[in-house]
Design a protein around this ligand. Structure first.
Ligand SMILES: Cc1cc2nc3c(=O)[nH]c(=O)nc-3n(C[C@H](O)[C@H](O)[C@H](O)COP(=O)(O)OP(=O)(O)OC[C@H]3O[C@@H](n4cnc5c(N)ncnc54)[C@H](O)[C@@H]3O)c2cc1C
Length: 400
């Protein structure tokens, strides 16, 4: 009998988690991953790289070394979907067919939507932990800062790891306090979001951190342009009658996070959710099956499941996708459900971290038998040592 073929688009956190777990459940499947990059990144540690406490080289491995045993890696980039024919096209000109497809090519960083941002990254005191190439420059800026205006931005679009734009700000403030210069620093958070954090139990903790560090919050304010030479950030706020008002702020250092959306080849495909302004893959938010193409599933940053986009979310999504694919092949009802679990480990200072866990209802879903809204040293150790180990040794191998 011919093997059933599962084609996975994207060999990142989500794609490899599903590939490894699928083969553990059913060795008779033909599992293939299409991934253009020869490098695989552990992105959650980039915040720690920017804070000077994690070696950037430990956040990257060769893709060939992390592809799960038994999985075939096709080095190509998908450019087009033909779901009516169970076929996709690659940049190489090749076409690939499948019985079931899993779509997991991550999220696109739209640097160009903030004029001048990409051009200034890594120079003129402008950085971003969202770039492997520049996270170390963030640390250079923080370490060498002697006082002045420090600006941190967060876009209005959904992003991967909603906490990352402010995590680095709390660590920077703590570093400057310990260096004895915090009273010479004027710290601004310019965020397109309407709140600092969406879950009120965790928000209360962060508000105290903001107060303690005397951070100036600008909510509903969207960065639009960086003038690196003159150290000016332009941003837009809405006036009382809803009109955009352009403002500017001088910075001595700037940590910027770009707007994000589904990769263009997803946005422009029949798989995209036509109602989603960011073009994510349209799935049932519980089964993660495509709402129009029954043999397509999607998870991770590229799906329109209305959860917070994190690796932690993928840990709960991957087993759901795997079980439901197996049920699909067995022509059974898809019974496994994902309920929006996500986690955001937010360091509030060096050595202390609040592990915010929540679900679709934005209610805390705490794993540990203590109040996780309280920042703790144990949770810091989890983020710094245990989670990276778990990622490389268990999650990518399909055993956690
Ligand atoms: C600074 C930062 C801090 C973060 N902190 C945390 C944290 O503390 N906790 C947490 O849980 N998460 C965190 N995250 C988020 C986490 O890294 C992502 O949610 C996770 O990596 C998403 O996995 P994914 O597989 O959907 O996408 P990715 O891991 O980005 O993988 C997508 C893959 O698809 C490939 N691809 C792209 N285009 C194509 C194509 N055309 N064809 C085929 N393949 C393609 C890419 O090369 C890539 O390998 C953080 C992210 C950042 C940037």
């Amino acid at each position: 009998m011919e093997k059933k073929k599962v084609l996975i688009v994207g060999g990142g956190n989500a794609g490899l988690s599903v590939a490894a777990q699928l083969l553990r459940k059913n060795k008779s499947l033909d599992v293939q991953v299409i991934e253009p990059s020869d490098k695989h990144y552990y992105q959650p540690a980039w915040t720690l790289v920017g804070a000077g406490i994690f070696d950037i080289r430990k956040t990257v491995r060769n893709e060939a070394d992390v592809i799960p045993a038994g999985v075939k890696w096709i080095r190509d980039a998908i450019t087009e979907f033909e779901p009516e024919h169970n076929r996709v096209k690659g940049k190489s000109g090749e076409s690939y067919t499948y019985d079931v497809m899993v779509v997991a090519p991550g999220i696109q960083l739209d640097w160009q939507k903030v004029k001048g941002l990409r051009e200034n990254l890594g120079k003129n005191q402008v950085s971003s932990n969202y770039s492997f190439d520049h996270a170390t420059y963030t640390w250079d800026m923080i370490k060498n800062f002697t006082g002045g205006v420090a600006v941190f931005t967060n876009p209005s679009t959904p992003i991967k790891c909603g906490g990352a734009p402010h995590k680095i700000m709390y660590l920077a403030c703590d570093y400057w306090r310990k260096k004895g210069i915090l009273d010479k620093c004027e710290v601004h958070y310019i965020s397109g979001g309407s709140v600092l954090f969406g879950v009120k139990e965790y928000l209360a903790t962060l508000q105290k951190v903001v107060e303690k560090n005397n951070i100036h919050l600008h909510l509903g304010a969207n960065a639009v342009e960086v003038d690196g030479i003159n150290h000016i950030l332009y941003y837009e706020e809405k006036s009382a009658d809803g009109q955009p008002v352009r403002k500017d702020i001088h910075f001595d250092i700037l940590h910027a996070v770009p707007p994000q959306s589904a990769p263009d080849f997803i946005k422009n495909s029949p798989l995209a959710d036509p109602k989603n302004p960011h073009g994510y893959v349209e799935v049932d938010k519980f089964t993660l099956q495509h709402t129009r193409y029954a043999n397509i599933f999607s998870l991770g940053d590229s799906s329109n499941a209305p959860c917070s986009k994190t690796g932690a979310a993928i840990r709960k999504q991957a087993p759901v996708v795997v079980e439901n694919i197996i049920s699909f092949f067995n022509q059974q009802k898809l019974e496994k459900e994902y309920h929006g679990y996500s986690a955001c480990p937010i360091p509030t200072q060096y050595g202390k971290l609040m592990l915010a866990e929540f679900d679709y209802s934005n209610k805390p879903t705490m794993t540990f038998p203590f109040d996780q809204a309280k920042p703790r040293w144990t949770m810091w150790m989890l983020k710094k040592y245990i989670l990276p180990w778990l990622y490389w040794n268990k999650i990518l191998k399909g055993t956690a």
